[in-house]
Design a protein around this ligand. Structure first.
Ligand SMILES: N[C@@H](CCC(=O)N[C@@H](CS)C(=O)NCC(=O)O)C(=O)O
Length: 310
């Protein structure tokens, strides 16, 4: 058992037979916080981690029903906007509704039930205040304890360590690197997808074939694992890190008016079943966009008129 999970068990055992009021009493006591044993962190961060652990117990067996605690912005902020005030007790998350990298982080936030408030950035007219704090002007990014953090995979790793429940990485170092290699090699699918969409005005057969070919090892990997998800009987980091692109692959059909369709049922049956399960996973479902919505965004973006709000 991983050390961090062993430590968690101690806390879990204390919380296991408590009702909500007991848990609230525990949360107000300094005594229990020390079990987390992270003296360098501020008390508020410890409380937040503790909450994540305790809430996992309160919702035990129904993790997939745990709603993400999120304040969702409705509009993408542009050039002359003012940054909205930060929400106390919540982590500021900078995102863009159609960004697959931001979706990765959103899925981890959702899976963990981490309190966060989202500020959507208009990437075609970036807010000046955003460029001041992040000259690269990219999303996703997160403010954590006053620190500006970026890069989807690093953020996902960080959130998994900071909020241990539910753990998304396997605690075996070997399995973890094998999983990371799957994510790494999946980048071929993402590259092939964007090549298909953006290389030319219309979709070319050669690019479709390349995308098709890039999915073969992904199907083989899931078949080799012999499980419903890459993570076993529930989604893990591999599932969440590759999902944003898998969600977008279905947009090829409406985008090409049915001319090109990835034949998941016929050629990638494992991935077809996986997709059906992923779509109903709570973390995924609450941020899912239909193929038509993605297709519309592609059309707008190719026309140089990305419409981020909807
Ligand atoms: N490697 C980064 C990639 C992030 C990224 O490329 N985000 C795009 C949106 S999907 C972006 O911010 N583009 C704006 C720009 O490049 O100016 C990550 O994994 O987070």
């Amino acid at each position: 058992m991983c050390l961090r999970y062993a430590r968690r068990m101690t806390i879990d055992n204390r919380a296991i037979n408590t009702d909500r009021n007991d848990v609230l009493r525990l949360l107000s006591s300094d005594v229990d916080i020390k079990y987390l044993n992270h003296s360098k962190n501020s008390r508020s961060l410890l409380v937040s981690r503790y909450l994540s652990i305790v809430s996992a117990h309160l919702f035990k067996g129904q993790n997939s029903d745990r709603p993400a605690e999120t304040t969702m912005a409705t509009k993408h902020l542009s050039g002359d906007s003012v940054e909205p005030p930060k929400v106390p007790g919540s982590y500021r998350f900078y995102s863009m509704r159609f960004c697959p990298y931001a979706q990765r982080v959103q899925l981890v936030l959702n899976a963990k039930g981490t309190p966060h408030d989202t500020v959507f950035i208009d990437l075609s007219d970036k807010p000046k205040w955003y460029l001041d704090i992040f000259p690269a002007g990219k999303v996703p990014a997160l403010i954590f304890d006053g620190n500006f953090l970026s890069e989807s995979l690093l953020l996902a790793d960080f959130l998994d360590e900071q909020f241990p429940e539910p753990p998304l990485w396997n605690c075996s170092p070997l399995q973890k690197i094998l999983d990371k290699l799957v994510i790494e090699s999946f980048s071929k699918v993402g590259t092939a997808f964007y090549k298909l969409i953006f290389t030319s005005k219309t979709v070319e057969e050669i690019n479709f074939n390349e995308l098709f070919a890039s999915l073969i090892p992904v199907e083989a990997e899931l078949a080799k694992r012999g499980s419903k998800f890459f993570g076993g009987d529930k989604p893990n980091m591999v599932d969440y890190m590759i999902w944003p692109w898998m969600e977008r692959l279905d947009a090829i059909k409406p985008y090409t008016q049915g001319k090109f369709v990835i034949p998941f049922d016929d050629k990638f049956p494992k991935l077809a079943s996986w997709k059906a399960l992923m779509i109903v996973d709570k973390a995924v479902a609450s941020y899912y966009l239909t193929p038509e919505k993605h297709a519309q965004h592609i059309v707008n973006r190719k026309a140089g008129l990305p419409a981020y709000d909807f």
